[in-house]
Ligand binder design. Structure first.
Ligand code: Z5A
Length: 212
């Protein structure tokens, strides 16, 4: 596909939304057509699924299998209706979480076999793949603290035990070590503007974009 998909990943509070927004602004300032979106969500159906996933809406606890399938359902809707057409038009897509979140949270976190989750991801995404993935890494306690300061309360997944969050952080680091050509691991405990500068340098070096 002629466009580029850049995803931001990592444990809670790493600054994914902040960095995705800053990168999208910088790409636009450099003349790129940019689509900025997020998972779960990014489509009307996906936003309903997001609400279902984050706030026990039905009053019935979601089983872990349902949770995994709902993340992939939101992804399928986003890939087919939004990402694939944007990439085919040659746009830059900046995405706050994608397939690696499923391997980290539902795989390393909940304990589902990674191969099952990879097959679900492939079913959901079709040919859509990230050109570059930023892993914004930071200690779990610091990330949860930041997320709590931002929202004032913890949602369903943020409330999972600390050990769950530690496993998924380790999982992300393992995934990044396995695919160094796609991942760039950044220390997210640094100041947001310093992280943003590293993001721009990496996009320039790996994808050849000239920032103004
Ligand atoms: N999930 C899953 O389980 N499986 C999947 O397949 C997918 C997702 C796709 C989505 O929640 C949840 O779904 C998520 C994973 C799971 N788990 N939870 N909970 P979300 O979209 O609502 O939230 P999130 O993706 O987890 O975002 P976040 O971690 O809460 O935040 P963030 O985007 O990384 O950070 P931020 O909002 O940019 O910043 C957080 C606060 O820190 C904010 O006050 C900033 O001003 C501050 N901040 C940002 N950068 C810095 C720096 N550098 N220094 C100091 N302070 C900073």
């Amino acid at each position: 596909m002629p466009g580029h998909l850049i995803s931001f990943e990592g444990p809670e509070g790493g600054g994914k939304s902040t960095q995705a927004r800053l990168l999208a602004e910088a790409l636009r300032a450099g003349g790129a057509e940019v689509l900025e979106t997020r998972e779960p969500g990014g489509t009307p159906t996906g936003e309903i699924i997001r609400n279902l996933l984050q706030n026990d809406l039905s009053g019935e606890p979601l089983c872990d299998e349902t949770e995994a399938l709902l993340f992939c359902a939101s992804r399928a809707q986003l890939c087919r209706n939004v990402l694939a057409p944007a990439l085919a038009r040659g746009q830059w897509v900046v995405l706050d979480r994608f397939t690696d979140s499923t391997i980290a949270y539902q795989g390393y976190g909940r304990g589902f076999p990674p191969d099952t989750l990879r097959a679900l991801n492939a079913f959901a995404t079709g040919p859509v793949r990230p050109s570059l993935t930023f892993l914004l890494d930071l200690p779990v306690e610091e990330g949860l603290r930041r997320a709590l300061v931002r929202s004032g309360s913890r949602d369903r997944i943020e409330s999972a035990p600390l050990d769950f969050h530690r496993r998924l952080r380790d999982g992300y680091l393992e995934m990044a070590a396995r695919e160094p050509e796609r991942f760039a691991v950044l220390d997210a405990s640094a100041d947001a503007s310093a992280v943003a500068a590293l993001v721009r340098e990496t996009v320039a070096a790996r994808l050849g974009f000239r920032f103004s």
